[in-house]
Design a protein. Structure first.
Length: 138
């Protein structure tokens, strides 16, 4: 079994959900691993990773609306050191997560037809984000 690991730094994205599948696929292709498992890990607590619809951008808009509705602007938040969007960003991170495991088949991510990898940027000014991709396999 081989292990390949590479970190990438994504550019700063505006608040919302952004498809980053292409960036991850480039790393998987460069690994040379044909069959295995890719772990994608986001090294931040105010952004998230998830897999969902990759064709209709309104899904990503609805994601942003939904998570903003359930987490933003609660009067009982104490943790506001970095602004009003700080605690909501941490909660969205906790709900969605920071890690994905995806099978690798024939040197590619084995995602469904309509699946894409989302970076959820939960801060107004979150900055660039670092992701570590680890691929194990043959």
């Amino acid at each position: 079994m081989r292990v390949y690991q590479q970190s990438i730094r994504l550019p700063a994205y505006r608040r919302g959900f952004h498809i980053i599948t292409g960036e991850i696929e480039k790393i998987v292709a460069s690994s040379g691993i044909r069959t295995g498992l890719a772990n994608i890990f986001l090294k931040h607590t105010s952004a998230s990773l998830s897999i969902n619809e990759n064709a209709d951008p309104s899904v990503r808009e609805d994601f942003e609306s939904f998570f903003s509705d359930i987490a933003d602007d609660k009067p009982y938040y104490i943790h506001t050191y970095e602004g009003r969007d700080d605690m909501p960003a941490h909660l969205k991170n906790a709900m969605l997560g920071t890690s994905l495991s995806i099978p690798v088949t024939n040197g590619r991510l084995n995602l469904g037809t309509w699946q894409g990898i989302y970076l959820g940027e939960h801060r107004e000014f979150g900055g660039s984000r670092e992701i570590v991709i680890t691929i194990q396999g043959e």
